[in-house]
Design a protein around this ligand. Structure first.
Ligand code: ADP
Ligand code: ADP
Length: 232
């Protein structure tokens, strides 16, 4: 289970102070897909980055499987972070590496044996449906194929949580649909919890179990998609 408690984050520069997150709390049960929707500048990206501590909240608690990440030493945090995968709008693949070597990267970093990497990468390539692209470079792939590689890379260390930062915003409608279907399939197959941010209602409607609406750093509503978006 994932639980955020009273997360706040303020950005300060010499000229101004921006309250990006103001006491945000939410809970996500294992295996659920939770979508955060809000306008540009609402705080979505800061929120999702606070979950894996790419951004450090000023206050609050980030509980992942009964551990508050903010309590951990750097060494322990590195271990806990393996439980959290992330994908991005612009895929963030390494252009100098082939598809299989991009997917292998997180496993290389934790010292997995070559043999084990090979079998794990094969398994992941098939899971995301690009078994024939192993030796390609990212430049030769479509947007949807690149996102499939990124999903495989994010799943390499067998995370319990997948963070998706506007994962379909750079894709055309048909490709968006196929990537959302893939995320749902993986969610069900692996009982993987997914936290995503989006500015598109379609993403919420198509795959999310629960939704949070963020406005000006405040989580103004959250609940099941039906409860939040069906008017009485
Ligand atoms: P969203 O993802 O919903 O577009 P963000 O989380 O990126 O929103 O931004 C929320 C607010 O925090 C915005 O006003 C943004 O300008 C500000 N902000 C985000 N990151 C930084 C930063 N590193 N430095 C200063 N201000 C920031
Ligand atoms: P960049 O600024 O290009 O993202 P980084 O050093 O942050 O550079 O990342 C190096 C590589 O690792 C990039 O391909 C990036 O997409 C990937 N990466 C960064 N953060 C994460 C994360 N939390 N989960 C998975 N991959 C990540």
């Amino acid at each position: 289970m994932i639980e955020l408690k009273n997360i706040s984050k303020t950005f300060r520069s010499s000229k101004k102070k921006t309250i990006a997150l103001n006491q945000v709390s939410l809970k996500i049960n294992q295996g659920k897909i939770f979508g955060i929707i809000g306008k540009s500048g609402a705080g979505k990206s800061t929120l999702i980055r606070c979950v894996n501590l790419l951004e450090r909240p000023d206050e609050g608690e980030v509980w992942v499987d009964n551990v508050n990440l903010l309590d951990l030493s750097e060494a322990k945090l590195t271990l806990e972070r393996r439980k959290i995968g992330m994908i991005f709008q612009h895929f963030n693949l390494l252009s100098s590496r082939t598809v299989e070597d991009n997917i292998a990267l997180p496993l290389e970093l934790i010292g997995t044996s070559k043999r084990e990497i090979k079998s794990r990468v094969d398994e992941l390539l098939h899971l995301v449906g690009i078994g024939d692209k192993a030796k390609e470079y990212p430049a030769n792939l479509s947007g949807g194929q690149k996102q499939r590689v990124a999903i495989a890379r994010a799943l390499a260390s067998n995370p319990t949580l997948l963070l998706c930062d506007e994962a379909t915003s750079a894709l055309d409608p048909a490709t968006t649909k196929s990537i959302l279907n893939l995320l749902k399939e993986i969610n069900q197959k692996l009982n993987l919890t997914i936290l995503l941010i989006t500015h598109e209602m379609e993403v919420i409607n198509r795959i999310c179990d629960e939704v949070g609406v963020i406005d000006d750093g405040i989580l103004v509503e959250h609940g099941s998609v039906e409860d939040v978006f069906t008017n009485p």
